[in-house]
Design a protein. Structure first.
Length: 264
């Protein structure tokens, strides 16, 4: 069941969580909607939808992410989930606060938390339904929006591989290690002529990323491949989480205006 939970949470996060936080200035506010399909085929069975919106007000980045899908693996195993994340991150990538609501097989759960990050270390406080947990994070742990910018920064610099810790508010409520790099295009979901991302006309990289628990090590919990644009938009997403592989294809993309922020 853990593999299914990982699949649900990481389909649009780099998952849709992937540094130098200042480079978040290169991201573009946008709203993206996806169709979620079982397996890797473009015409695979549709099992759900996902939506992500990234907005900016000169002081904070705000992220909204909604994912929902359901499918049946066997006569005895049916899985359904809905997840709603709302988060706010400082423009410098030093603080993140969020609320997460999810329902797994009709069992609701509400989590909230906050995290801080710096070069020398950070902290996290997670308020679970039954208890609150606090823990320290390694120096340089990227928060969700800064993590996307960090991956793009490395790719723009010509790096073909990268590795850094991130704070994961959705799958593990913990620190995860991202090990990623350039992938061959054949590893991605097949391209679609009707993808709205085709109109972006910006730089993009095919990448593959493995996510593992930083404190516990071991094999990755899941792997993700996607086409990542320098605006922060993603398309042709595939996630493998043990028993199940699923994909998400971009269906709607709205680039939103960025405010004219003062220089100081």
């Amino acid at each position: 069941m853990r593999s299914l939970r990982c699949l649900a949470a990481c389909l649009i996060s780099l998952s849709l969580t992937l540094g130098t936080p200042a480079l978040a200035a290169d991201l573009v506010p946008h709203r993206a909607e996806y169709v979620v399909r079982l397996g890797t085929a473009v015409n695979g069975a549709q099992i759900g939808t996902a939506r992500q919106r990234l907005t900016f007000d000169c002081r904070h980045w705000r992220i909204e992410r909604d994912v929902g899908f359901a499918f049946t693996l066997t006569a005895m195993l049916r899985y359904s989930t809905q997840s709603r994340l709302r988060g706010e991150e400082t423009v410098g990538g030093t603080a993140f606060a969020y609320e997460l609501e999810r329902r797994v097989n009709d069992h609701p759960e509400r989590i909230s938390g906050k995290a801080t990050s710096s070069k020398v270390g950070g902290t996290a406080e997670i308020r679970l339904p039954a208890r609150t947990i606090d823990f320290a994070m390694p120096g340089g742990t990227a928060l969700p929006v800064a993590a996307i910018a960090g991956a793009i920064d490395r790719l723009k610099a010509g790096q073909t591989a990268f590795s850094f810790p991130i704070f994961d508010p959705e799958v593990t409520s913990d620190v995860m290690t991202v090990d990623g790099g350039i992938a061959t295009p054949e590893l991605l979901r097949p391209p679609r002529a009707d993808s709205p991302a085709a109109a972006l006309n910006t730089q993009a990289w095919p990448i593959t990323v493995a996510f593992s628990r930083t404190r516990f090590g071991g094999r990755p919990l899941f792997t993700l491949s996607t086409l990542l644009y320098d605006t922060g938009v993603m398309d042709r997403i595939s996630v493998s989480a043990g028993l199940v592989t699923a994909g998400a294809d971009l269906t709607t993309l709205v680039m939103e205006p960025r405010p004219d922020c003062p220089l100081s």
